[in-house]
Design a protein around this ligand. Structure first.
Ligand code: PEP
Ligand code: MN
Length: 333
């Protein structure tokens, strides 16, 4: 339940109510909210007396619910402008799976810039399945990304793998990516809740939509209103493709949540050949953003080599997406 407190309630009273009812007290752009579990359905007369408005929810999808705020949140992404809101833009985010070297990253940044794209994405702390695979350049990679922001004026997305380097990632990125494996790490979610930067939260491959949005609730209720949800494929019985992109789930998220939605077709498909067509399908769904892996020499990539697009492949795909975006009333940027 979300109780929007009336102006007559003092700060001390609000804090006392939060303690008494085990509620989270949140300042949401000037409004003070007391948030209790949705299971707490009986409202005490004391709380009712303090309320300006009461939102009673069916589940703990609360701040992210359209029942609470019907409009899609608008999030400022620095130099890249905004995502969500009523802008009707679909924002492309691209770059390599891993930052590998200065030379590789400059090639990517120059390509991104040439395409007129504003967001460069690359991982420096990679959550690899094997400890013997390339683990990322770490802080050295973060510095290279910061250099690209400086030189090319790009907005930078990079992922946090665990709590050991979260402050460094927050400091060096414009958008913090929380990956499919890290999304269950409550230390990361809570730290992101205190960060003054937007968060791109990926869905775990075994995560239900309810659990996914509840992970976002940890960040939102921690005080960070700027969360984007990213569907990147879930694990099903199918093994011919890397994962199964849950577009039905995307429709559900669009219907029920107020968070901008981003689709990552690269990790879902796992193979280059399927990525362009899949991305066209996603664009037709009218999503807020797309995340695609590109590499100057994909076959030689140090992670996710099979799925990254070459610059030529990306360029062809990008041109084909623009009329599709326009057909659903959106502009691809
Ligand atoms: C990535 O974005 O490179 C990545 C590791 O993705 P995911 O967390 O979706 O597996
Ligand atoms: Mn990857």
């Amino acid at each position: 339940m979300i109780i929007q407190l009336s102006d007559a309630v003092s700060t001390e009273e609000a804090q006392a109510l939060a303690r008494r009812f085990s509620a989270i007290l949140l300042n949401d752009s000037g409004e003070r909210l007391l948030i209790t579990s949705s299971k707490q359905s009986d409202l005490s007369p004391e709380l009712e007396a303090c309320a300006e408005e009461i939102f009673s929810m069916q589940s703990d999808i609360q701040l992210a619910s359209r029942q609470f705020r019907p409009e899609t949140r608008e999030i400022s992404l620095g130099a890249a402008g905004t995502i969500g809101g009523s802008s009707k833009r679909t924002l492309m985010m691209t770059g390599p799976c891993s930052v590998e070297s200065e030379e590789q990253l400059i090639a990517c940044a120059e390509f991104v810039k040439r395409m007129g794209i504003r967001v460069l994405r690359g991982g420096c702390f990679k959550p690899r399945t094997s400890p013997y695979s390339f683990q990322g350049l770490g802080e050295e990679g973060l510095k290279l990304l910061a250099q690209m922001r400086e030189t090319y004026g790009l907005t930078i997305v990079t992922e946090v793998r665990d709590a050991t380097h979260i402050d460094a990632v927050i400091a060096h990125s414009d958008i913090i990516q929380v990956g499919a494996k890290a999304m269950y790490d409550h230390g990361i979610l809570r730290r992101c809740g205190q960060a003054a930067k937007p968060v791109l939260l990926k869905r775990g491959f075994g995560t239900t939509l309810q659990e996914f949005v509840q992970a976002a609730e940890f960040i939102l209720s921690g005080g960070n209103p700027d969360v984007m949800l990213c569907e990147r494929g879930i694990r099903t019985f199918e093994t011919k493709t890397r994962f199964t992109l849950d577009l039905c789930g995307v429709a559900w998220l669009q219907e029920h949540t107020n968070l901008p939605i981003i689709l990552d077709t690269s990790h879902a498909m796992g193979y280059r050949y399927g990525v362009p067509a899949l991305t066209r399908a996603c664009t037709a769904m009218g999503v807020d953003g797309l995340l695609i892996e590109t590499h100057p020499n994909p076959d030689k990539a140090m992670s996710d080599a099979a799925q990254q697009l070459s610059f030529e492949q990306f360029e062809d795909m990008f041109a084909s997406l623009k009329p599709i975006a326009a057909a659903v009333g959106r502009t691809l940027v």
